[in-house]
Design a protein around this ligand. Sequence first.
Ligand code: M6R
Length: 614
Amino acid sequence: MCGIIGIAGNQPVTDRLLEGLKRLEYRGYDSAGIAVINDDNGPSTLVRRRAEGKIRNLENLINEEPLEGHLGIAHTRWATHGAPNTMNAHPHFAGRVGLVHNGIIENFTLLRDQLKDTRTFQTETDTEVVAHLIDEAMKSGLSGKDAFAASLKQLTGAFAIGVVIDGVDGQLFAARRGSPLAIGLGDGENYIGSDAIALASLSSKIIYLEEGDWAVITTDSVEIFDANDTPVERAVTIVSGSLAAAEKGNYRHFMLKEIYEQPESVSHTLTHYVDAFHHKVKTLAELDMEGLDWNKLERLSLIACGTAAYAASIAKYWFEQLAHMPVDVDIASEFRYRRPALTKKSMAIAVSQSGETADTLAALRYCQSKGLQTAAIVNVMSSSMAREADFAMPINAGPEIGVASTKAFTSQLTALLSLAISAGVRRGLIDGSREKNLAEALTQMPRLIAETLTLDADIEALALDLSKADSAFYLGRGVHYPLALEGALKLKEISYIHAEGYAAGELKHGPIALIEEGTPVIVIAPTDALFEKTVSNMQEVATRGAKILLITDSEGAKNTAGMTDATLICPTVSVETAPIIYAITVQLLAYHTAVHLGTDVDQPRNLAKSVTVE
Ligand code: M6R
């Protein structure tokens, strides 16, 4: 996971940038670099040092070839586009511009094409083109600030950016869209960093940039602008250094912070499983899992608990549809005692955020004792499951502190969908052009999640109504049936409102008896092959007095005008990635309902983050 730090200083910055990079090591990285405006002797110059591997390699290099300057940026890179080598390491240079970046510039191929006649690219990264855009804009006569603002408007994707420009009067530029970025306020100095941890030794006064914000930072000023370039004030949060790792930033709860982190956490998952540069999912060999062959497997057994089990249930549809692989999904506490009939040609995959859930771990060990190949899809790579399974597959969502799982769920889904596509390719069911489409749909997710998060205020208003209910139903078909189960779980675990998820077609076989005047029914139905059938089921409950909240896309909203009490319109997305996007809405709905009710959102009653007893 990339990390950024920058200093507009009144003292030399190199040592402090190095120290900040060390604080960012926890995010994981494969190369690092620092750039400063060298103002030591004579006219200023933009200089950098970069090194592959550990930060000590960069430190050794700087000891041999020191860097002097009062304005600088630094970066730890976790490769997404292009190999993890020195050439691709940040900062990237173009003319007078030095730039560091976290996230993915989705339209970098298009932008590179537009600049290819006037610019020479040195790297394989999606990042370098942004430095060229800024430098090109300055060549056309814009100031550094205007060139930065204009260039941001040309970018699509989710990112955080830090920039220094030679000859531009001590200014450090920063922008945030999708990936977090913080500003630290100092005494005669100011800073930028990926998070408060990076800035912990420099400043305890932190401003968390909001979505779409950009800023110009000097030693004695911080100007912040919103996405429309309007100057804005953002609150200053006082952060205690030792608590920085567990800080909520300017979020009221960890759960909300983690919901908002999803453009970034999903992009970290994608980094591991998708080769965005070549528009393909990574092969098992590229994932260092040569011992596994999708072609030799006759069956998959997905085993998990709670939210992770719902991720597995969604993945069943993907593996069956994309790779024609039969899949069993089991709740671990049932699986481990029912003496399942297993064949050696099946593989067991445990799905777990913590990697320590007792039932899931026991089920994994049971499968190993029966001679099955095993894999664990986990967030905590030092966990028992990651250590004990034949293959450990990371989701890289970062620490999840809220008890209700949110970002781990969407990252589990992202990993599972990528693996299902990889299986489909290997088994000859997905050709190159379909793989390209699917890989592109995956890489657009961070941006689409960020877009879905803009529904937050609408959802908060709808949650007020839901908070007055005694019970609620969630309906969906296909992949949206397990998502309905997850939506109901989120609501009950943090708001304590009784909620049930049902397959939309199943309701009339009994549960419809519970529908009465005003019962809230949340229907998850993007426009897909099952849309009309779900709408028919929605009407069956509407005519019996249910209060309908439909979650759909603009096409679905048009086709159901007048049929619902409220409609939430999500971005239009591919059929395969839809559950990942729609998950955001049910998370926010549960969160705001709980907040309206005043429950302990991050530590709901009776629940633990990691269930290590059976
Ligand atoms: O760490 P795990 O993913 O194995 O945890 C599984 C469940 O305990 C967990 O998903 C639980 O259901 C959460 N409270 C859901 O929000």
